[in-house]
Design a protein around this ligand. Sequence first.
Ligand code: APR
Ligand code: PHB
Length: 389
Amino acid sequence: MKTQVIIIGGGPSGLLLSQLLHVRGISSVVLERKTKEYVLGRIRAGVLEQGLVGLMEEAGCADRMHAEGFTHDGTLVSYGDEMFRIDFAKHAGKPVMVYGQTEVTRDLYEAREAVGGAIEFNVEDVVIHDTKSDAPYVDYTVRGEKRRIEGDFVAGCDGFHGVSRQTIPLDVRREYEKFYPFGWLGILSETPPVNHELIYANSERGFALCSMRNAQLSRYYIQCSLSDSPEDWTDEAFWQELKRRIPKEQADKLVTGPSIEKSIAPLRSFVTEPMSYGRLFLCGDAAHIVPPTGAKGLNTAASDVNYLYNALRDFYENGSKDGINGYSEKALLRVWKAERFSWWFSSLLHRYPDQSEFDLKMQIAELEFLRSNEAAQKAMAENYVGLPY
Ligand code: APR
Ligand code: PHB
């Protein structure tokens, strides 16, 4: 089989790239390890930057998002019983879209299937070859049958545990990593959100986040120990702890109910450089991971896809190699800014086991400064809604 762009990974990065390329008449094949049902079963954050909204519109997949998503013009930050609002419209001139990332992936699958997009599921033993040539190819198996696909380029959209990053030789790769000494225990409940905007809460008991999927589906998180497991937390224990971490006025109106999903996610910051190796280009979690504070995972994947999509368009439509040659450097500039924001926002809101009394004073001083300073609020708003591509 031959195509122009071989895409490893059928998550949001791979699907968005494949659909955008299709719109420009550039062929691709997506190789996905799991089934579509498995991919769509992953619960993920739900805050989209305008850049991603624009890409979904360009890909022709934005109708349901606009019909069912919510635009948010701000977010709330609380510490103890104090709470203040960051006004995105005032400080950054644009909102964010609240729409489940699982729905983004679902919309992309529907769009690919509607045009007969080539997606192979249950793919195993993927090996990427000859990325330093202008004719890379990928060997893989499906149900034990060996297959090969030849292309002009390979997009590694296969997430943190994929094979693409490993294809770049260790003596070429530089990796940067930070582990956080806590996790997020998250639940999904068929209850109305406690507030129409998100609440990011710093409390002496640890971080909490009040989010939502729609008017009847809420998503809540509390910082927890890395040694915890979801089974350690009854729904009642979760609700009681959440109420102790958000302002009393919010806790008093919190509508609780049975969890329909409960899971714990560790937090990590990670970047690999470079994000390309010959004609192999890494996108999304294959190249970088952020702590979920600020929901920069998919949004940073989207900026990678934006750069790679436009670079490939420039190659096929204008014969220019400038975009593909400059992809890694350009993508990394924005990746590191997203890593910084996600790290800063996590440092602002979480309780760290080794924090001294002075550290805690600095955290509260930072919150007070953010609360009282327009420039600080503008900086946060511009990062939260998404820096320019
Ligand atoms: N071969 C084929 N497919 C693979 C392989 C492999 N060797 N390894 C992983 N995959 C698939 C996974 O099954 C998954 O569906 O690649 C896909 C990667 O998807 P994600 O992990 O979601 O990564 P990405 O598409 O970059 O999404 C980035 O979006 O899901 C949100 O916030 C989340 O940060 C994440 C962001
Ligand atoms: C979510 O709704 O799951 C969510 C929202 C914002 C975040 C992280 C997760 O920063």
